[in-house]
Structures are given as C-alpha cells and as structure tokens.
Design a protein around this ligand. Sequence first.
Ligand code: PMP
Ligand code: GLN
Length: 415
Amino acid sequence: MLGDSCVDLGQGFPNFDPPEFVVQALRDELEGPVVGAVRTRHQYTRTAGHVTLVEALAERYEGHLGRPLDPMKEVAVTVGATNALFLAMQAALARGHGREIVALEPFFELYRSQARGLHAEFRSVPLRFDEEAHAFELDEAALAEALGPDTCALIVNTPHNPTGKAFEEWELKAIAKLVEQHPHILVISDEVYKYMIFDPPSGSPSTAKDAPKGHVHFAKLPGMWERTLTVSSAGKTFGITGWQIGWLIGPKQWMEPIQRFMPNLQFCAPTLTQRALCRVLRQAAQPFHGLESYYEWLRQDYARRRDIMVNALEAGGIKTARSQGGFFLLGDISGLSGPDGPLHESWQASLRPGEAADWTTCRALAAEIGIVSLPVSPFFGHGTAEHIRTRFARFCFAKTDATLEEAAKRLKSLR
Ligand code: PMP
Ligand code: GLN
C-alpha cells in the first residue's frame, strides 16, 4: 500500500498555483491602490454581481456572442458555476412547463444531484461510443426521442466533464434543431472549460481578442439566444477554483426571475475575488509569455499536459478516449483486471460484492501503483451498456509536470 505517496489524478482541480498576475490581482485588491470605494471591499456587493465585473463580462460576451448585452439585466455573478447551474434549473422548473431535466450521458454528476434536490425528474440520454474513433458522439435519434412536453431544460456541456469531448459544431447545431421543435425547453449550456480546446479547427468562430479558440457558444447558434442560459466560471480558466466566481449570461426574460430569486441562495459572490477578477480579466487579454494572450498560453499549456497524460496512459497499456478539451481524459481500464492483466491479483483481492468493475479496478490501481483515478460509472445513468459504463477511469491532467512525470513512471510499470 503506497498511502501518502499516491499520485492523485482523481480530483478535478489544479495542484499548482495560478499565474503570478492572478495572485497579484488579489494582493492588489487587498492592499494596493483602490478601485472604487475602499470601505466596500470587505462588504457585500450587489447580489447579481459587482458592477465593474458585470460590465467586464458583458463586454466580453458581446464579442463572443456577437450581440449587445445589458450588463445589469443579462448577466448575473454567482458563487461558482455550481450556483449558476442551480439557478438555471430552478428557473426552468419555476416556469411550470414540465418537470424533467435532460442531460447527455455520461454527465457531470452534479446535474443529477441538483435536479433531484429540486424535485425534478432527471433523464440522461447516452452519447454513442464510436469504437473505431474511440470517442463519444451525439446520438441524435436518442435525444429526439427523449425530448418531450415534460422536458423543461436540456443541459449541454462542452468541453465535457468527464470525457474531454469538445462538441463539434454539427452536433450542437443538431441539438439546436431538436430543441427548436419544443419552444418551452430552456438550454443550459455549461461552458466552464471553454478556454481549453486543444485541436481547434482553423479559424475561430469569433474575432474577439479574448475569444476561446475552437469553442462554439451554444447561445450564438441561430435562434438560440432567446432560450439559452450560458453558465461559466473563472475557476478553470485561471486555476482558481477556490475563488468561486461563476456567472450566468442570458436574455432578460430568463434573467429577471433569476435575479429576483438570487438573494435566497447567495447574498453575493465573494467581494474580494469579484473585484480581483476585474483586474485579472484586463490582464489576461494582454500578451503572455510571448503569446498573444494568457488564454492562448493556457490552451497550449493544457494541450501539452494532455499529450503527456495520453502518452503516459498508452505506454502503460491504457487506451485513451479522444480528448479535445477541458482537463480530463478517459482511459480504458477494462483490460487491467482480466486474467492476463497486470492488476489481476490485486483486483481479485479487493473485489466487493455488487461493486461495479471500474470501482474495483480503480482501487486496485491505487493499491498496486499508487495512481488515484476516478471510476466513471457514477457519471452514467442506466441507458448506456454495462461494458461502456464500467470500462473507463477518469484521469485529471491539471497537475504539475512533476506529478505527471511520476504518474508516467508508475504507469509504465504496468507493462
Ligand atoms: N460544470 C462542470 C462541467 C464542472 O466540471 C464543474 C467543476 N468541476 C462545475 C461546473 C462547477 O464549477 P465551479 O467550481 O465554478 O462551481
Ligand atoms: N468538477 C470537479 C470534478 O469533476 C470537482 C469539483 C466540483 O464538483 N465542483 O472532479
């Protein structure tokens, strides 16, 4: 048992500090020259967000979405994307047109638990696993069948947790076409990983200076603005998941009831981190380490980490599913525990009655070589075949080079 010396690739956040300009922004906010009134920096802000921050967000999204935005009425700053998702689901349910919330499977587990917490029905529609491409893709027919009069919201997540999939434009357009047939459905588009797309098609859909390369904003698709709430946050982009600044962007008719409800959930997001983020956003669009902006540096840096992780897993005999975005990779761990697999003995020793195979294999992987990963079966509903549902572990590559190198060394020992 390796205990404390485990390499943790399970947890979905960076194990390194954010760039210096981000930390400096917080220092400046606390100690430096004051922007606005000094006495207010330790007090509440406006519930739907500090005025300077909502103005900055509105300006950026105007570029990304190619339309004017009202910073006071079409933006809301939340305690992480987590609260933004909760508010969006709550708003969809409060409309009274149906009680079912649909997501594509596998899905970020929070969607199901929040929906259940709101007493909604949660339904998930499997993505199809293409064995040849070793990648998940949209199953249009399955989604078409699932959407109906009782569906009040559809959650779309690109880039995707846990698969690392960045949805192709044709897939998002197909989803848009389907929801057009159901005017009462709200689309909740979770885009927290949008600045991490690794193999973007040449030419970005937006010409804005800080546009996320290769990312398709669902709300920008024809006819979708009026019925989409875009969810995002600063946590992944700036490596500051603990700052807990998220936001919602959407049309007034959806945002007005949300802003009215917000004080029941949060009086405001933390003032210091909201104010510091205003500084961070100004800096991030500037050239960084010889590249056009911090965003481009981030994208390239994560692409590099993704490549290290892919190579490390493949060298250990773990085939990876295609990962184009975010900071997760799926590895096929099903072969590790078989009679000829390197973890067979460990696997047998740690079998628990009724447990899904991926859990046992992930435990054996931790026990045998000290690599902690996440079993993926909890990210599925029951629509996906067992051999897909229990086949993968999720590996997070938002880790230091030293951690990734150590992981590579240990994975190699599986051969
Ligand atoms: N959506 C997805 C897909 C996520 O992976 C996460 C965090 N892991 C969140 C939302 C929540 O983000 P935040 O930390 O900003 O609340
Ligand atoms: N999203 C992270 C993960 O998938 C965990 C943080 C969270 O759930 N908010 O590991």
